[in-house]
Design a protein around this ligand. Structure first.
Ligand SMILES: C[S@@+](CC[C@H](N)C(=O)[O-])C[C@H]1O[C@@H](n2cnc3c(N)ncnc32)[C@H](O)[C@@H]1O
Length: 223
């Protein structure tokens, strides 16, 4: 499918899919959205006492969520083991057009971003002393992890274009992949998505959304 780089409202880039009129991030601001949904409502919600935090990302894509989490591992001084699953990796040529390292204004962001993308898939990459990454190239329906993750960043394309990724069958896999009290965050807020999460056992909260979006969801596994 055709992919084009575009600039969002906060000046950060993302990838646009003209065939679906869909983006990898919000047009209202890729970095702003990523910080709000995944860091503020996700990572920062997990008690700092949870050490060696295991995070699963559904849709590694450009690596923006991984990069900001890598910076937060330094800021919050916590160890993070991050697994990004992706079926259709972006090309090196696309990576070079993404401006996250400069837009984030952090001395090491560029080096971290390069190392993340240059590293091999299916191998553990130590990005810095507090942040380890593994990129797994596979389709989401092949995820079979059990009781492994404290936190899931659920960042699939929207239900408008990929409804099959927002149904009970995928949330059942997410529920199983989480440890007890594990948390899943997503930018989505649709009633049908919330009900699919509840059907597999999640307790679901509706939270304030990122710029341009009224609400988002956070789901917790309780058993
Ligand atoms: C919204 S984008 C993810 C954005 C990403 N989190 C980032 O920070 O750039 C959704 C991602 O899911 C991937 N994808 C779509 N369908 C998939 C599937 N069935 N299995 C695995 N990956 C899939 C796409 O290639 C895309 O990278």
């Amino acid at each position: 499918m055709k992919r084009e780089i575009m600039t969002t409202a906060d000046g950060s880039t993302t990838i646009h899919l003209p065939d679906w009129n869909e983006q990898y991030h919000s047009k209202h601001g890729a970095i702003q959205e990523a910080y709000h949904v995944f860091i503020k409502m996700g990572l920062s919600h997990i008690p700092i006492t949870t050490n060696a935090l295991h995070i699963l990302e559904i849709g590694f894509g450009t690596g923006l969520n991984a990069l900001i989490t890598c910076l937060e591992a330094k800021n919050q001084n916590r160890k993070i083991d991050y697994c990004g699953v992706e079926g259709y990796p972006v090309s090196q040529e696309e990576v070079l057009q993404l401006n996250y390292a400069t837009a984030l204004d952090h001395a090491s962001a560029e080096a971290y971003f390069k190392t993340m993308h240059a590293g091999k898939w299916e191998e553990k990459l130590l990005i810095h002393e507090n942040f380890q990454l593994i990129k797994e190239e596979k389709m989401f329906d092949k995820i079979e992890n059990k009781n492994e993750f404290h936190l899931i960043y659920f960042d699939a394309f929207g239900a408008r274009v990929q409804p099959e990724l927002w149904e009970v069958s995928i949330f059942k896999k997410m529920y199983e992949a989480l440890k007890n009290q594990g948390v899943l965050v997503t930018y989505a807020a649709k009633g049908s998505v919330r009900r699919a999460m509840q059907d597999v056992g999640f307790t679901v909260e509706r939270l304030e959304g990122p710029p341009g979006k009224r609400e988002m969801l956070r789901a917790t596994k309780n058993n």
